[in-house]
Design a protein around this ligand. Structure first.
Ligand code: FAD
Length: 373
């Protein structure tokens, strides 16, 4: 008999499953309502072009956690990959995050070193006694000009709200560089799995004590199976769906409509893997060209355009007061089930945006602190 039930075969569920079989010698059944493993990290090779693409949007791994880096290297080969992003605003092209080149290009400056960049920033940044929204937050970091071209309309396209309608936290961490570094991430480890994320997660799950049932929704499964058979249940789906019978409202998410386009007999569509469209002249937020990742070879190319929307797959939690307070109520219900060995883990169950490294770290730590004993 399987003595652990895991709902969801994304990174969170897969890491927990691997730890249970390795450290507790347990048997695990993982169910997933989708027809594939890997959750939102799922990728596949497009048959027409032989290019590896991410079904749910591009994924770039980066981390400073030594333990996470060590962990992922147990399961597949990773290749160093430094992600470069360009911005496009009405055909003006510039590096993102903004660096000295961005300031020079967009503000007609001629800055050549860190000292001049720091001076420019301190002369151009807005000062506020008390920052009350994301517009002020962004202007306090990059000033009016860069805010208008890079952040104002892009944020509107992403969230359907202008920065002055969003809490300061949303744009709190926008990076600005006082040098020419044009890499998107500055983490110590930046890499891609050489054979893709599905291959990587398949290897995490490759153990005779892990059984996987796809196309299986938990809420149907529980009607036909006795959950008391399981020593522990680990749920990585949306927390509000689990407690739907409590009568609380639903948590809100921002979603994406990802539209793929194939171009036959075209070498490259754009210069880098990612171009962000920061103005209102295009409806989409970014275009990703997958061939740039891992220097894939094909006579053709594939891009995806991302359109932010309210409905669809739950991608980004909307962290306003309503949702934060509502999540706290769900969290209390979840906390009460811990003593019954029912655990809530991962980005949907925690109503939190996790990067992949954070999802792995969170699952490893949760296992050590709550499941192991
Ligand atoms: P998920 O991957 O969502 O897995 C949850 C699983 O549970 C799913 O497979 C789902 O089908 C299943 N499930 C849900 N409900 C049920 C149910 N009722 N019954 C059965 N199964 C169910 N991170 C980075 O580090 N770098 C990036 O570049 C990056 N890009 C991203 C781009 C986008 C568009 C998005 C949305 C996320 C990105 N991330 C990125 C974050 C990354 O996707 C997450 O860290 C990761 O997917 C979290 O894994 P998870 O297992 O917690 O959740």
């Amino acid at each position: 008999m399987n003595n652990y039930l895991i709902i969801g075969s994304g990174l969170s569920g897969s890491v927990i499953a691997q730890q249970i079989v390795e450290k507790l010698n347990g048997k695990v059944l993982i169910i997933d309502k989708r027809n594939h493993i890997g959750g939102n990290c799922y990728d596949y090779i497009d048959k027409d072009t032989n290019i590896l693409v991410n079904k749910y949007g591009p994924h770039f791994f980066h981390t400073n956690y030594e333990d996470v880096w060590e962990y992922i290297n147990r399961f597949c080969e990773w290749e160093r990959y430094e992600h470069i992003v360009l911005g496009n605003n009405n055909n003006k092209i510039f590096p993102i995050p903004p660096n000295i080149s961005t300031i020079n290009l967009l503000c007609n400056e001629n800055i050549s070193n860190e000292k001049e960049a720091n001076e420019w920033l301190s002369n151009n940044k807005n000062n506020y006694n008390n920052i009350v929204n994301s517009e002020e937050m962004a202007k306090s970091r990059v000033g009016e000009q860069l805010y208008d071209i890079i952040f104002k309309n892009y944020t509107y396209k992403q969230w359907g709200l202008y920065p002055n309608e969003l809490k300061p936290e949303v744009l709190k961490r926008i990076p600005i560089r006082n040098n020419f570094d044009n890499r998107y991430f500055s983490d110590k480890y930046q890499a891609l799995p050489v054979k893709g994320y599905t291959h990587f997660i398949n290897n995490i799950l490759n153990n005779p004590n892990i059984e996987i049932k796809l196309n299986t929704d938990f809420f149907d499964f529980k009607k036909e199976n006795n959950l008391d058979n399981y020593k522990s249940i680990i749920y990585t789906g949306p927390i509000d769906s689990y407690f739907s019978s409590e009568g609380y409202e639903k948590l809100e998410y921002r979603s994406l409509n990802i539209v793929f386009e194939k171009y036959y007999n075209m070498n490259y569509y754009q210069k880098t893997a990612q171009v962000n469209y920061t103005g209102l002249e295009k409806d989409y937020t970014r275009i990703t060209e997958y061939k740039h990742c891992l220097n894939q070879i094909s006579p053709h190319t594939i891009i995806s355009k991302e359109y932010s929307c309210d409905k669809g797959e739950p991608y980004y939690p909307i962290l306003n007061d309503r949702n934060i307070n509502l999540y706290k109520k769900y969290q209390l219900l979840a906390e009460n089930l811990k003593k019954e060995n029912i655990h809530f883990i991962g980005r949907l169950a925690n109503y939190k945006y996790f990067n992949m490294d954070q999802a792995i770290k969170n699952a490893l730590d949760y296992f050590e602190n709550h499941i192991k004993y």
